[in-house]
Design a protein around this ligand. Structure first.
Ligand code: PEP
Length: 253
C-alpha cells in the first residue's frame, strides 16, 4: 500500500502583511516537523510571498500561492503568473477555493486551465472543492463534489494527478466554527478518491493526497487525520497564529 505524506496547509487569505509574515515564519521555522513526516505549508497573498520565501529559506516550510492566472504572461492586469511564482520559488498554488468561486466567479473551466498551467510551470496545485449547505441538504453533496473534481482534472495525465492535492472544503464549515464531523469529512474524501480511481486507476487514486478543510483546529485535527482518506488539512483561521499552526503540523505528537 502506498504511504501518503500528510500535508497541513495554512490558508492565510487576505490577513497578513509582509512584516507579520516575517514574524510568523521566524516563530515557527525551527520547530516544524521534517517534511518527510508531515509537510507544512503556508499559502499567502502574492504580495507576502517574497517575505514568506525569504524567511522560510533553509527550513521545512513550503510555500503556496492562494491563486494564479492560467497564462504565463501578457495583458492581464492585476493577475499573478504561475511562471513568476515558479521563478520566485513557490511550491504549491491553491486553486478553486470556494471564496474565489463565489466572490470572483472562478469557474470549473478556469480551475482546469489553471491546473494545467501550474503543472506546465513545475508547480503543484491544491485543488479545492466542496458543497454548499443547500446542496448537502438536498442530498447532492457526493455528486456535486465528484463533478467538481472531474472538471478540475480534465486532460491531466495520470502522472500529474498522482502528485496533486485535493482539498475537500464543505462551504458550510469554512470560517463558521462548524466542522464537518470526521465521519462526514471521510465520507466525501472517500468519494473523491473513488472518483480519481474511476478516471485513472487505483494506483493514481492511492497517491493523491486529500485534505479536509473547514474549521480545522488543534482540538479536532487528530480525529480528522485518523481517517483513512484524509491526508491533510487546509486551515484558515487556526493557521494565523504560530502556536496553533505548530500544534496542527505536530498532530502526530
Ligand atoms: C479555508 O478557507 O480554507 C478554511 C478552511 O477556513 P477555516 O479553517 O477558517 O474554516
Amino acid at each position: 500500500i502506498f504511504v501518503r505524506t500528510p500535508i497541513i496547509a495554512g490558508n492565510w487569505k487576505m490577513n497578513m502583511n509582509p512584516s507579520e509574515t516575517a514574524e510568523f515564519v521566524k516563530a515557527v521555522k525551527d520547530n516544524l516537523p521534517s517534511a518527510d513526516s508531515v509537510e507544512s505549508v503556508i499559502a499567502a497573498p502574492a504580495v507576502d510571498l517574497p517575505a514568506l520565501l525569504e524567511n522560510a529559506k533553509g527550513s521545512e516550510l513550503k510555500v503556496a500561492a492562494e491563486n494564479c492566472y492560467f497564462e504565463d504572461k501578457g495583458a492581464f492586469t492585476g493577475e499573478t503568473s504561475p511562471k513568476v511564482l515558479k521563478d520566485m520559488g513557490v511550491d504549491y498554488v491553491i486553486i478553486g477555493h470556494s471564496e474565489r468561486r463565489d466572490y470572483f466567479h472562478e469557474t470549473d473551466e478556469d480551475i482546469n486551465k489553471k491546473a494545467h498551467a501550474i503543472f506546465q510551470n513545475g508547480l503543484l496545485p491544491i485543488i479545492c472543492c466542496g458543497e454548499s449547505l443547500e446542496t448537502r441538504e438536498a442530498g447532492e453533496a457526493e455528486e456535486w463534489v465528484s463533478r467538481q473534481v472531474k472538471a478540475a482534472l480534465k486532460g491531466l495525465s495520470a502522472n500529474q494527478v498522482g502528485q496533486l492535492v485535493i482539498a475537500y472544503e464543505p462551504i458550510w464549515a469554512i470560517g463558521t466554527g462548524k466542522t464537518a464531523s470526521a465521519d462526514q469529512a471521510e465520507e466525501i474524501c472517500a468519494v473523491i478518491r473513488k472518483t480519481v480511481a474511476s478516471l485513472y486507476d487505483q494506483t493514481v487514486a492511492d497517491k493523491v493526497r486529500i485534505q479536509y478543510g473547514g474549521s480545522v483546529k488543534p482540538a479536532n485535527v487528530k480525529e480528522l487525520m485518523a481517517k483513512e482518506d484524509i491526508d491533510g488539512g487546509l486551515v484558515g483561521g487556526a493557521s494565523l497564529v504560530p502556536e496553533s499552526f505548530l500544534q496542527l503540523v505536530h498532530f502526530k505528537d
